[in-house]
Design a protein around this ligand. Structure first.
Ligand code: PLP
Length: 376
C-alpha cells in the first residue's frame, strides 16, 4: 500500500470495487528489471495490464512490448513504442492478423509449428521468428501447461522450415509458468536451447536470440526472491550452457512489472453461516471471479486481503464473490483467515492486484460492471 494509493482511496466517494494502481511502483519495477538485466531487452507483456498510462510510462522508460493481438500492438504503438520495439508473441495468430501486424511494421513473431511458420512467410515475408519450446511449468502458481510451444526435438525442423521460406530463424523462447517462485526453473530450457542452437549451426543456420519469457513473480502471501536473484541465477545458467557464445536475450515480465503496483478496494456484502453448527463463516465480497479476481480459479493465486481489524482474533472463512454463479467462490478448499470482528459493509484491500485483474473482468455478468481502474 503506497501513500498515494492510501490518499486516493481516502478521497474516493463512489461505490463498487476498484483497482488503484500507482505508476511510481511500475517505474521502480521497470528500473529493477533494467538494472538487473543490463544486456537484455525488456518486453513488457501487455496482457498483464494494458492500461494506456502504464504503456506510456514504460514506452518512455525504454521498454519494448510483448503483444498477443493486433489490438495490443495498436495500444503499444499509441503509447509511443516504435514497431521495432514490439513482438507479436502469441503462437496462435490468424494470417489476416499477421498481415495487419506486418503492415503496422512488426517484424518479430513467435511460432511453435510449421503451419504458423507458413502463415508468417506468406503474410510477413522476411520477418524474424523465434520458436517457442514446451517447458515444464512445475513450481509456477499459474502454470501455462501444454498449450504453447513444441517439444525441443521439433524446434530445429520448425526453424529450418522458416529459414527455407525466407524468414530469419532468429531464436527460441519459453515460459516457465507465471508466478514462478523458483529461479532455477529456467535451467532445463536453457540446456535444451543450447542443443538446438548447435544442431541448427551444423545445418548452417545461426540462431541469435533466447527469449526467457515471463514468470517473474509478485509478492502475494508468500515471500518471493528479488528480481536481482532471478537475473543472477538465470544469467549464470545461460553462461554455463552457452559458454562464451552468449546469445541476445529478451525477458517478458508481466506480473512482475505491475502486480505489486495495484490494490483493489472491495466491500463485504454479507457474512453468514450455512448451518447453526457451521464452523466456517461465509464472507461475500462485492468482487469475485467475474469482476476482477479470475486468477483465484482453482485457488491458484492467493491474494493478501487486508481488513481494518487485522490485529484482532482470526477465524477461517470461505470467501466468495457477489454473482449468482456457484463457481464464484474464491477460497473454500483452503479457507482464509479473517478477523472475527469483520462486519458487513467493511472495506477490504486486496493487495498485489495490478496484474491480470482489469482485463480478466467480464463485461457485466449478473449486471455487475467491469472492474473500475484508476492509474495514479
Ligand atoms: C503472459 C506472457 C508473459 C508474461 O508472463 P508473466 O508470468 O505475467 O510475467 C510473457 N510472455 C508470454 C509469451 C506470455 O504469454
Amino acid at each position: 500500500m503506497t501513500d498515494r494509493i492510501h490518499e486516493f482511496l481516502r478521497n474516493r466517494r463512489e461505490d463498487g470495487p476498484c483497482l488503484v494502481l500507482d505508476l511510481d511502483v511500475v517505474r521502480d519495477n521497470y528500473t529493477a528489471f533494467a538494472r538487473a538485466w543490463p544486456d537484455t531487452r525488456v518486453f513488457y507483456a501487455v496482457k498483464a495490464n494494458p492500461d494506456p498510462q502504464i504503456l506510456d510510462l514504460l514506452a518512455r522508460l525504454g521498454s519494448s512490448f510483448d503483444t498477443a493481438s493486433v489490438n495490443e500492438i495498436e495500444l503499444a504503438l499509441a503509447a509511443g513504442a516504435t514497431a521495432d520495439r514490439i513482438s507479436y508473441g502469441n503462437t496462435i495468430k490468424k494470417e489476416r492478423d499477421i498481415a495487419r501486424a506486418y503492415a503496422l511494421g512488426v517484424r518479430l513473431f513467435a511460432v511453435d509449428c510449421e503451419a504458423e511458420v507458413e502463415k508468417i512467410a506468406r503474410a510477413a515475408p522476411g520477418s524474424k521468428v523465434f520458436c517457442r519450446l514446451l517447458c515444464d511449468n512445475s513450481g509456477a502458481e499459474w502454470p501455462l501447461s501444454r498449450k504453447f510451444g513444441c517439444a525441443p526435438e521439433l524446434a530445429p525442423r520448425v526453424l529450418e522450415h522458416a529459414h527455407r521460406l525466407g524468414l530469419v530463424a532468429y531464436g527460441l523462447s519459453f515460459h516457465v509458468g507465471s508466478q514462478q517462485r523458483n529461479p532455477k526453473s529456467w535451467d532445463a530450457s536453457l540446456k535444451a536451447a543450447v542443443t538446438i542452437f548447435r544442431e541448427l549451426a551444423e545445418r548452417g543456420i545461426t540462431l541469435q536470440m533466447v527469449n526467457l519469457g515471463g514468470g517473474f513473480p509478485t509478492r502475494y502471501l508468500k515471500e518471493v526472491p528479488a528480481v536481482k536473484t532471478y537475473a543472477q541465477t538465470i544469467l549464470r545458467a545461460l553462461r554455463e550452457h552457452f559458454g562464451n557464445r552468449i546469445p541476445e536475450t529478451i525477458i517478458e515480465p508481466g506480473r512482475g512489472m505491475v502486480g505489486n503496483a495495484g490494490i483493489i478496494e472491495a466491500e463485504v456484502v454479507l457474512i453468514s453461516k450455512k448451518a447453526a453448527d457451521d464452523k466456517l463463516k461465509w464472507v461475500y465480497l462485492d468482487i469475485g471471479k467475474f469482476n476482477g479476481l479470475a486468477e483465484t480459479m482453482d485457488e491458484m493465486i492467493r491474494y493478501p486481503i487486508r481488513t481494518p481489524f487485522d490485529d484482532h482474533e482470526l477465524e477461517p472463512c470461505v470467501i466468495a464473490g457477489p454473482s449468482c454463479d456457484s463457481v464464484d467462490v474464491l477460497y473454500e478448499r483452503e479457507p482464509y483467515l479473517l478477523p472475527v470482528s469483520l462486519e458487513i459493509g467493511c472495506k477490504v484491500l486486496i493487495e498485489g492486484a495490478g496484474a491480470y485483474t482489469t482485463t480478466y473482468s467480464t463485461v457485466g455478468f449478473n449486471g455487475f460492471p467491469p472492474l473500475k481502474s484508476y492509474v495514479i
